[in-house]
Design a protein around this ligand. Structure first.
Ligand SMILES: Cc1ncc(COP(=O)(O)O)c(C=O)c1O
Length: 383
């Protein structure tokens, strides 16, 4: 039998802190490794597998579209892409009316930065302490954590950081050169910190009064994760630019940038070879249809509340705080998370870190209640 672990260790750049298990199969919220061991997946492809692994709608749409047309650059019109664009505009907050399609979250942020600079003729961006927006040079320039930045200087100029949820500090940083404010509604990588409704109301007002673009990064929070189709919907936020990716296409790589009428660029000013390919569009259409039909927004809200309720009934020594919005969950520990991630894995539960002491959980929104019970049981045993 092929030793996949040895092959990856030999041939892949060692960029990822590997877990030492070889995942070979998935269904809904369950994953299996090559030894046949079963896991409850609270990593969910890092927030990608919201409709569940190998979702039947998505798998069928990919199989069917793969026999019709896989690639078709955006210089040509395409039937499936047209339907997806219409659907995206229909389900996103009012105010965004057109979209650019790409292949990942970081690409959606790169595009947003370029669109904002071009449309406003301004150069600068206000970003949040603990914010995460991706790993390419533009999105990394908007990302706070020194761990991700060190060694990659110099960054794109014009990015300034202010504390999250502190409106006065943000306002102080605004200048005549500010093109946009880039924020997550719930900081994911930063440790699951939920934005304040009042803070976002004021930021929205400030941006619209001063002609600054409000750029909301819903790469991780989008598509029902937080209990609404978009986290913006919790606070009635209408962004000028909305960045999406991760769960958009049920596991197929895709990103999207939804734009208001304030964004207008002439042909040729930005583009992507694979962005908007019919295969990804078919997968996204199927994933979104599934989310709507099975009310994954409500499922995320109900299951998130169920999890928190169970955890509250068992106060655990090693937990400092639990934060969540829907099924975007962070358990802050009083100590380092690493050994606990390992112990959970041994018990058949996969979770991931957010910083040094938070256990982050982004399970498929289709996870079963009985699986949530088992996750809580495992957490209780180790914490
Ligand atoms: C909020 C946010 N923005 C952007 C990104 C980057 O997305 P990708 O890894 O698809 O480039 C991530 C990834 O975790 C994210 O959480």
């Amino acid at each position: 039998m092929t030793d996949s672990i040895a092959l990856e260790n030999k041939y892949e750049l060692s960029l990822y802190p590997k877990r030492g298990i070889n995942i070979v199969k998935g269904k809904n919220a369950t994953l299996w490794d090559s030894e046949g061991k079963e896991y409850i997946d609270c990593v969910g492809g890092i927030g990608v597998a919201s409709v569940g692994h190998c979702n039947e709608y998505v798998a069928k749409a990919i199989a069917v579209q793969a026999q019709i047309l896989i690639t078709c650059p955006c210089i040509f019109h395409n039937d499936v892409r047209a339907l997806l664009l219409e659907k995206l505009v229909n389900i996103t907050p009012a105010g965004v009316t057109r979209a650019f399609l790409c292949n990942s979250g970081t690409e959606s942020i790169e595009a947003a930065i370029k669109f904002a600079r071009y449309s406003t003729k301004m150069t600068d961006f206000i970003c949040a302490v603990r914010g995460f927006h991706g790993r390419t040079m533009g999105s990394l320039s908007a990302t706070y954590n020194p761990k991700y930045r060190a060694g990659y200087e110099p960054f794109v100029p014009g990015f300034y950081f202010v504390p999250f949820n502190d409106f006065e500090k943000l306002k102080e940083k605004i200048s005549d050169n500010t093109a946009g404010v880039i924020l997550e509604i719930v900081q994911g990588e930063g440790g699951i910190h939920v934005g304040d409704k009042e803070y976002f109301r004021k930021v929205q007002e400030l941006c619209s009064d001063s002609g600054i673009l409000l750029i909301i990064d819903e790469v991780q929070t989008g598509f029902c994760r937080t209990g609404k189709m978009f986290a913006c919907n919790h606070f009635d936020i209408e962004p000028d630019i909305l960045c999406l990716a991760k769960a958009i296409a049920g596991g197929f790589p895709m990103g999207a940038v939804l734009c208001s009428a304030k964004i207008d660029l002439p042909a040729g000013k930005h583009g992507s070879t694979n962005g908007g390919n019919p295969l990804a569009c078919a997968a996204a259409l199927a994933a979104i249809d599934y989310m709507l039909e099975f009310k994954l927004d409500k499922q995320a809200a109900d299951k998130g509340a169920y999890f928190i309720d169970l955890m509250k009934k068992r106060p655990l020594d090693k937990i400092r705080e639990i934060r969540n919005l829907g099924l975007m969950i962070g358990i802050e520990l009083k100590e380092e998370n690493k050994p606990y991630i390992q112990k959970l894995m041994e018990k058949g539960v996969l979770v991931m870190p957010a910083g040094p002491n938070v256990l982050r959980m982004l399970p498929p929104l289709t996870i079963e209640y009985e699986q949530i019970d088992r996750v809580v049981e495992a957490l209780s045993e180790i914490l």
